[in-house]
Design a protein around this ligand. Structure first.
Ligand code: F6P
Length: 321
């Protein structure tokens, strides 16, 4: 192997830069050149690429976002778009591609490999933590900290006004962020898509809380829960007559300097991705399970589902008295 390419695709996640840095520096250590592709698959399609070396990634480990930029590409969904991207990789003499992103990005890489034989390795980079084949995804830990910080602040104002705050966190179709934040933030209730329980139940929970002397409550709702935070808030106001406020945290959860757990995970997975290609592996995602590097076929990362921790869910209910 003489030359590899790397790109970031889909929603950015804190720690993506640490992963790019690890890819570049591991490759350089083994005399392999790295081509950085800008703006994900849409840049690959347009040939927006350049060689990046160890100095290009200096001073990036602590930076949020992605220095390679990212995009959600529509052209890549067509066979013609992918053929153009494959031709660009051939022209640059690239022996393999490392894709840092979530399941949409892995789909893009999978089809490139299936149709054009380009060896592809995935690195899980998404705040949602929704990929099978790794205990955590890069960006998840930081997103949880960011959301938790917001929850703590909302609790201050909620307690002062004796209000109920319904807070919506990201996660797409998964409730990992919501559950973690609910436990760490001492929420009274959490709604996740993995357990689409009816929203009416929350009315009794809030009434019980009030009866127990709680004047304010924090309720966490994953964006993937049907109806979202607004639906939950409406049900509470209708059912209890109490004043509620909705706060949708949104894209703030994708920004910021990555916490140490994301930087370390990204560093290990960036290194592992280069080693995987050097070992002749292809069509797999590198992940970390129980502290060990593991390789999972790309299609399994989206075909098999990663459940939320049921123990944590039970614990969340137990502690919200
Ligand atoms: O996948 C990451 C994520 O932030 C999800 O949590 C969210 O549903 C989605 O991306 C938002 O996407 P966009 O940035 O395109 O609005």
């Amino acid at each position: 192997i003489k030359r590899l390419a790397v790109l970031t695709s889909g929603g950015d996640a804190p720690g993506m830069n640490a992963a790019i840095r690890a890819v570049v520096r591991t490759a350089t250590h083994h005399d392999i050149e790295i081509v950085g592709v800008r703006r994900g698959f849409s840049g690959l399609h347009r040939g927006d690429m350049r060689i990046i070396g160890p100095r290009d990634v200096a001073n990036t480990i602590q930076r949020g976002g992605t220095i390679l930029l990212t995009a959600r590409s529509h052209t890549w969904r067509t066979p013609e778009g992918r053929a153009k991207g494959a031709a660009n990789l051939r022209e640059w003499g690239v022996d393999g591609l490392i894709v840092i992103g979530g399941d949409g990005s892995f789909h893009g890489g999978y089809f490139l490999q299936e149709e054009h034989g380009v060896p592809v390795i995935g690195i899980p980079g998404t705040i949602d933590n929704d990929l099978y084949g790794t205990d955590h995804t890069i960006g998840y830990f930081t997103a949880v900290e960011t959301a938790l910080d917001a929850v703590d602040k909302l609790r201050d104002t909620g307690a002062s006004h004796e209000r109920i705050f319904v807070i919506e966190v990201m996660g797409r179709h998964a409730g990992h962020i919501a559950l973690e934040v609910a436990v760490a933030g001492g929420a009274e209730e959490v709604f996740i898509p993995e357990d689409p329980k009816p929203v009416d139940g929350v009315v009794q929970i809030v009434k019980d809380s009030v009866a127990k002397g709680k004047a304010s409550s924090i309720i966490i709702v994953a964006e993937g829960y049907p109806g979202g935070a607004t639906g939950v808030s409406d049900a509470i106001e209708k059912g209890t007559g109490l004043e509620t406020r909705v706060s949708i945290l949104g894209h703030i959860q994708r920004g910021g300097s990555p916490v140490s757990s994301d930087r370390v995970l990204a560093s290990r997975l960036g290194e592992a991705a280069v080693y995987a290609l050097m070992d002749g592996k292809k069509g797999v995602m590198v992940g970390r399970e129980n502290g060990q590097i593991v390789h999972t076929p790309l299609h399994e990362t989206w075909e098999k589902s990663k459940d939320v921790s049921r123990d944590l869910y039970r614990c969340a209910k137990m502690l919200s008295v």
